[in-house]
Ligand binder design. Structure first.
Ligand code: ADE
Ligand code: ZN
Length: 332
């Protein structure tokens, strides 16, 4: 019999919107748009990739099935409905305007589609959501600059963050500095993928050059104890994605993942799915897997949720409501 800790309410800060589409839903959407995406599947019908670079290609190919505002509404609504049923109370989605632009979707139309699904989820399923508009690093510095400019030019109440995903090793960090400056000047909160594929230096760049409040992954900071201490001192929040890191070959298993060491060193850890349909996970699963592998107590797991809400890219009123909500969960 398992002695697994009960799972508290969950808050997620790091999930790519198109990565919520299951292989079955991708087939359905591909049929809707008369697309052949058979090359993205393995023999068992799961998404197929071997290396990080291949993963990024397959991600782009899968995301081609999501083309219309209705598609974006539908995938967001499905994710929030499923996650609310499992205990998620807050979720941020990473949304890349460049992906939708391939099919002629303007920035504002894309954001409205995702935001309407979040609004509906909040009313019907009591799960709040916000959007992180995202540039893709290997699409280049000009693209990142234009993405930040689009976000700054079209403020949207649900678009509260700016980030950058993609291949961390592409280009020099300084090339992307101005994109983050524009986003920050527009009042957007910032995060960036770093310390996933590259080591501690990329996390230092994220802090010094991009001046982000949070880091997507950041786990390879563990290779530099002084950096871990700095993250703790400066209260930088890490969007930790254990299953994703194992799938990408960073660590052999969740038991060998540094999530516990980082948390015990005083770093603000949160737990996230990253690309749920690619890694056969979701945020609630991440809490369960981390608890099983590291023996986290209910209180430690609840602390991850508290960290997420405190670092969430949402207004103070929503944060206070969510924090009160989990304080009640603590009493139960
Ligand atoms: N885009 C989608 N998933 C990603 C990941 N894990 N790292 C970088 N870019 C991504
Ligand atoms: Zn990611």
């Amino acid at each position: 019999m398992s002695n697994a800790a009960p799972i508290p309410p969950v808050a997620e800060l790091h999930c790519h919107v198109e990565a919520t589409v299951s292989p079955a839903d991708a087939r359905r959407l591909a049929a809707r748009h008369r697309l052949d995406i058979s090359s993205v599947f393995d023999d068992a019908g799961a998404y197929r990739w071997r290396t990080f670079t291949e993963f990024l290609h397959v991600y782009d190919a899968v995301s081609e099935v999501v083309r219309t505002p209705e598609d974006y509404f539908e995938i967001t609504a499905h994710y929030f409905e499923r996650m609310a049923a499992k205990g998620m109370i807050y979720g941020e989605l990473i949304v890349s305007p460049a992906h939708a632009a391939r099919f002629g979707l303007p920035y504002a139309v894309l954001m409205d589609a995702v935001a309407s699904a979040m609004r509906e989820a909040e009313t019907e399923n009591s799960v709040a959501g916000r959007i992180i508009v995202t540039a893709v690093r290997h699409y280049g510095a000009e693209h990142a600059f234009e993405t930040a400019k689009a976000a700054a030019a079209s403020p949207h109440p649900y678009v509260t963050g700016f980030g950058m995903a993609g291949d961390e090793a592409f280009g020099a960090a300084a090339d992307f500095r101005s994109a983050f400056e524009i986003a920050r000047d527009a009042g957007l909160n910032c995060t960036v993928h770093a310390g996933e594929i590259l080591g501690p230096e990329s996390v230092r760049d994220a802090l010094q050059i991009f001046k982000v409040q949070r880091i997507g992954h950041g786990v390879r900071a563990i290779e530099d104890p002084a950096l871990v201490a700095e993250l703790a001192d400066r209260s930088v929040t890490l969007e930790v994605c254990p299953t994703s890191n194992v799938a990408m070959g960073l660590y052999p298993s969740i038991a060998e993942h540094p999530v516990r060491v980082l948390s015990e060193a005083g770093v603000n850890v949160t737990l996230n799915a990253d690309d749920p349909a690619f890694f056969d996970t979701d945020p609630v699963e991440e809490y369960k897997r981390a608890a099983n592998a590291h023996g986290f107590s209910y209180d430690t797991l609840l602390g991850f949720t508290r960290n997420a809400i405190e670092a969430a890219f949402c207004d103070d009123e929503t944060k206070t409501r969510l924090l009160n909500n989990i304080a009640t969960a603590d009493d139960e």
